[in-house]
Design a protein around this ligand. Structure first.
Ligand code: CUA
Length: 325
């Protein structure tokens, strides 16, 4: 197993001042947190009152003797005032909960018109975020104090994008777009989870949202747009392979996972669904852009096309694969 997620790359939740909830870091938490607190405390108080009454009545109406137990006692059959009170008070409580909950729902489902839009794609087992400038990254980068709308889809099965610190969560559904929005109020890093069971590596489908201070997002995007000349191509390819999630299915140590290993792949002869091929630059390029064209025998058609990759990125990936002798 390759070291896909070194410990320092795992999402860490910043300490929360709140006993129940992760630290609040977006305007979208406003309608969630206090209603949740209200429900917890209302339920706790009700539970104590009901249990208390039950225990009290156990003693109050305990039979004095076996005989007394068998003789029915005369009692009134109901108390209208009491019944009206215990029906009407909870009725107002649930009506209030509905109104507050609905206000929160409307806020959560209505991204402001001037939202900054980022695409998110769920795939087995990786989140990819695509920025308007054309950069694709496995980490969500957003500016602080700006409404951000995430347009979500999936290339394979159901996933669900969950950012606990923003109290937002939305399914990623193959064949349709869903969305969520937030407006981060705190800079820093917050964890992202997949909360829809999506197969073997569901629990590894982790990422982070980085909330940049004013001007920080622009700086990041500028850097992300360029291939870094200080890093050799094979190393750039390795970083890209990790970011794009290639190494979830392709090993680099010779063990076959869901897909052929990359170790010793370059130059090898492979039997494929379209006959035998020698793995060269063009076969690798085709397999990245159109993975179903020639599937190596013994493997399923599980790879999504990586048509968003730029030529210089594909060249870096090939350089990396070549280096794995
Ligand atoms: Cu993707 Cu769970």
């Amino acid at each position: 197993m390759t070291n896909l997620q070194p410990a320092d790359n795992l999402p860490k939740s910043p300490p929360s001042p709140d006993f129940w909830m992760p630290k609040s870091a977006s305007v979208t938490t406003e309608h969630v947190d206090w209603i949740w607190d209200f429900m917890v405390w209302t339920s706790a108080v009700s539970a104590i009152l009901i249990l208390g009454a039950m225990i009290y009545f156990c003693f109050k109406y305990q039979a004095k003797s076996r005989i007394a137990n068998e003789l029915a006692e005369k009692s009134t059959d109901h108390n209208t005032t009491l019944e009206v009170v215990w029906s009407v008070i909870p009725l107002f409580v649930v009506i209030a909960l509905f109104v507050w909950g609905f206000q929160g729902f409307v806020q959560l489902r209505t991204p402001p018109a001037n939202s900054f839009e980022i695409r998110a794609t769920g795939q087995k087992w990786k989140w990819l975020f695509e920025y308007p400038e054309g950069v694709v990254d496995d980490v969500l980068h957003v500016p602080v104090d700006r409404p951000v709308r995430i347009v979500i889809n999936s290339t394979d099965v159901l996933h669900s994008l969950f950012i606990p610190n923003f109290r937002v969560k939305m399914d990623a559904v193959p064949g349709r777009f869903t969305d969520l929005w937030f407006n981060a109020t705190e800079t820093g890093e917050f964890p992202i989870f997949c909360t829809e069971y999506c197969g073997t590596s569901h629990s590894d489908m982790l990422s982070r949202v980085v909330v940049h201070p004013a001007g920080g997002y622009e700086k990041w995007i500028e850097k992300a747009l360029l291939p870094d000349p200080s890093i050799p191509p094979a190393k750039r390819g390795e970083i890209l392979a990790q970011k794009q999630g290639c190494l979830t299915c392709h090993s680099v140590d010779g063990t076959p996972k869901l897909a052929p290993t990359w170790k010793g792949l370059y130059g090898k002869s492979e039997g494929t669904s379209a006959g035998s091929v020698t793995v060269d630059e063009n076969y690798l390029r085709e397999s990245i852009l159109d993975p179903q064209a020639k599937i190596v025998s013994g493997f399923g058609p599980s790879m999504p096309p990586y048509s968003k990759l730029k030529d210089h990125q594909i060249a870096d990936l090939i350089a990396y694969i070549k280096s794995l002798k």
